[in-house]
Ligand binder design. Structure first.
Ligand SMILES: *[C@@H]1O[C@H](CO)[C@@H](O)[C@H](O)[C@H]1NC(C)=O
Ligand SMILES: *[C@@H]1O[C@H](CO)[C@@H](O)[C@H](O)[C@H]1NC(C)=O
Length: 253
C-alpha cells in the first residue's frame, strides 16, 4: 500500500515535469514499480549521464503508455541478472523480463528505443498489428485467445474490456489478442479461422505448440463462455473436436 502511494507520487512528479526519471533504490522498490502497471521500463543505468538515460526518458514520453524509472544500485541489478547498463522492460501478461543491454545495442537512439518498447508492449489484451505480432510470437506463451471484432462496431470496446479483465486469470497460459477484423491486412488471420468480416465478433484459440485452432461456437461472447472455452482447452477437451475452418485451411496450405 505504502509503495503504491510512493509510486503514484513519483509517477505524478515524473509526468508533471518530465526532466528526470523516478529513482528506485532497492529491490522492493523495483518490484513495486513493476507491479504498478502492465508494462514498465527500468533503466538499470549507472546514472543520469549514462548512455541510454536521455533516450529512455524521451522514448517513454513518446510512447506515453509505459512508465519508466531509473535504478543505479548495482546490488539491486544482481537480483535481475543485470551486470552492465541495461534497459529492461517488465510485463505482467506473460511475466516476462526483456533486456536491452546498452553495450550490445547496435544504435541506441530514441527511435530505436521506441521500437523496442512497442514491439515488446504485450498487454493482458494486445491489439494485433505488424509491430505487436513480433512481441506476441516471441513470447514464451504460445497459446492465443483471439477475439476477432470490427473496430467500428459498437461492442468493440466493451468486448475488449470484458476479455481484458478475464485475461489475468490465464496469465502465463494464454495471451489474449484482439484482431480488428474490418482491416484488409487482417483478412488472412480471419481466413485461417475460416471467418469473414461479416461473421464478427467471434472468439478462437490458436495453439502455437500444436499449430491447431478452434472457434468458440456462435453466440453471445460472455466472460463465462470464454472462460469455459479456455479451461476446456487446458483440460485437453478441445483436442478431439473438429478444428475451425478445416476445409478452408487445407485449400490454403
Ligand atoms: C534514492 O536515493 C537517492 C540518492 O541517495 C535519493 O536522492 C532519493 O531520494 C532516493 N529515492 C527514494 C524513493 O528513496
Ligand atoms: C464494421 O462496422 C461498421 C459499423 O457498423 C460497418 O460500417 C462496416 O461495414 C464494418 N466493416 C466490415 C468489414 O464488416
Amino acid at each position: 500500500m505504502l509503495w503504491t502511494l510512493v509510486f503514484s507520487l513519483l509517477l505524478t512528479c515524473a509526468s508533471a515535469n518530465d526532466i528526470v526519471l523516478p529513482l528506485l533504490n532497492n529491490t522492493k522498490a523495483v518490484e513495486a514499480f513493476a507491479e504498478s502497471a502492465e508494462v514498465v521500463l527500468v533503466g538499470f543505468l549507472e546514472g543520469e549521464a549514462s548512455l541510454g538515460y536521455k533516450e529512455l526518458l524521451a522514448a517513454a514520453k513518446t510512447v506515453g503508455s509505459v512508465p519508466a524509472a531509473l535504478c543505479s544500485v548495482k546490488e539491486v541489478w544482481a537480483d535481475y541478472s543485470v551486470s552492465t547498463d541495461t534497459i529492461t522492460l517488465f510485463r505482467k501478461a506473460d511475466n516476462h523480463q526483456e533486456n536491452l543491454v546498452v553495450a550490445n545495442a547496435e544504435k541506441l537512439d530514441t527511435d530505436g528505443l521506441v521500437n523496442f518498447i512497442t514491439v515488446n508492449e504485450v498487454r493482458y489484451i494486445t491489439e494485433y498489428d505488424q509491430v505487436t505480432a513480433v512481441g506476441l510470437f516471441n513470447s514464451g506463451v504460445k497459446t492465443h485467445l483471439v477475439l476477432f471484432a470490427n473496430r467500428s462496431s459498437e461492442d468493440y470496446n466493451e468486448l475488449k474490456e470484458k476479455l481484458g479483465a478475464l485475461a489475468p486469470e490465464f496469465m502465463g497460459k494464454f495471451l489474449f489478442v484482439l484482431i480488428n477484423g474490418a482491416l484488409k491486412s487482417n483478412s488472412r488471420s480471419l481466413g485461417y479461422f475460416g471467418l469473414k468480416s461479416e461473421d464478427l465478433p467471434r472468439v478462437g484459440i490458436y495453439d502455437g505448440n500444436s499449430d491447431m485452432k478452434w472457434l468458440l461456437p456462435e453466440g453471445d461472447i460472455t466472460v463465462e463462455r470464454v472462460r469455459d472455452f479456455c479451461q476446456s482447452f487446458q483440460r485437453g477437451e478441445l483436442k478431439e473436436t473438429k478444428q475451425a475452418g478445416e476445409t478452408k485451411a487445407k485449400t490454403e496450405l
